[in-house]
Ligand binder design. Sequence first.
Ligand SMILES: Nc1nc2c(ncn2[C@@H]2O[C@H](COP(=O)(O)OP(=O)(O)OP(=O)(O)O)[C@@H](O)[C@H]2O)c(=O)[nH]1
Ligand SMILES: [Mg+2]
Length: 386
Amino acid sequence: MDLIFADNVESPRSVEKMIGLCEQYPGRAKALLCSGEITDWLASIHEADLAESTKHLTRSYAEHNLNEFISICKSSLSPQSPRLDIRQIFEKLAKQSTLTFLLLGRTGVGKSSTVNSFLGKDVCPVGDFEVTTQTFQVFETKINGVDCRICDTPGFADGTNKESQYLEIIRREVGRVDCVWFVTNLAESRIRSDEIETIRLITSFFGKNIWEKSLIVLTHADWVNSQNYQHTLQERSRLLRERIYKETSTESALSIPTIAISNKKETTPDGDLWLGELFTHTLTRISNSGTFPLLAVTSDRLKIQNSPLPLNRQHNIPINQGQKRQIKQTLENKSDFADSIKPILKTVDGALDTIEPMVSFFTPPQLKPLIPMIKSGIKAIISLFN
Ligand SMILES: Nc1nc2c(ncn2[C@@H]2O[C@H](COP(=O)(O)OP(=O)(O)OP(=O)(O)O)[C@@H](O)[C@H]2O)c(=O)[nH]1
Ligand SMILES: [Mg+2]
């Protein structure tokens, strides 16, 4: 078929020629884009991928963006744009579309509340007066295309002797755990015997390496007054780490991150916003395969904060400049991950509005249902790397 840009101008025979004509006759190019003629023409010259993403572009934008279309066409031609590599990267990322957390901690310490604060969604039931986790449960939810699974354990060694059974279920049903949160109350002064039992059981079931994906979450920071806060946090962190070291004989236990939080307040008693800190440490500790899903899940809520003032927006995860640097460093250190994201960043070139068509262009047809996940993950990466 022909694509007529102007009288006496021949219909283009290649994408390259067509780009030139679009730049020369932008008004006419927009009309051809809106009417779907460009899509049909691309299909007629066997540029099926480009036709597909152009169709998407015309469908999803009321004000059709010619520049966006041109940049996609150019990136599909450019030798610097490793089209095949990007496809392979997307295929790899798409295989990582689940996120599994394991929650450990005594009943009532705030495991469910913390997950809900972190995901910005009521995924786990919270009990004010009753024990809500009587048995081992897996809560599932889908966020931005990622299947999130929260394995919620009841307190171990709680007199029921069911722990081995629970752990067997976790191993069988869940297989791969991306991150472990050991949740305990900051305001308590000693480590309970059931917590020690949990540390032993987890280590013997999953092996010492499980602690490398773990962090210690200290809830109820709002119960500690600001004068005692730093000291309490330091002491409690030290005791917990030493205990894990003692039970596991693993030196790395001494550097497990500890984060104080409050499910009732946005800030800890020292005035810091804790949610961004919890996110930063979780990202640092999470398995390689959980990294991209975590970014995808939190993508719309990550807010880079340029001022030290609290944003006071409940739903968001405020990231300050220090945390942003730490996150960048973490992602660069995960070499496998860094190799994947660099070509993506180059292709998308920091332009958030080109992600949608880019992703639909480079995602192989069989992975189309995973587009929301890939799009969200890339959006998070761009906002953190910009
Ligand atoms: N003040 C304060 N209360 C909290 C905090 N976190 C949780 N709570 C409250 O503590 C109670 C228990 O919280 P949950 O999140 O249900 O605790 P859990 O560990 O999931 O408990 P089980 O599921 O029963 O094992 C609820 O009333 C919460 O509102 C916190 O950081 N500060
Ligand atoms: Mg619970």
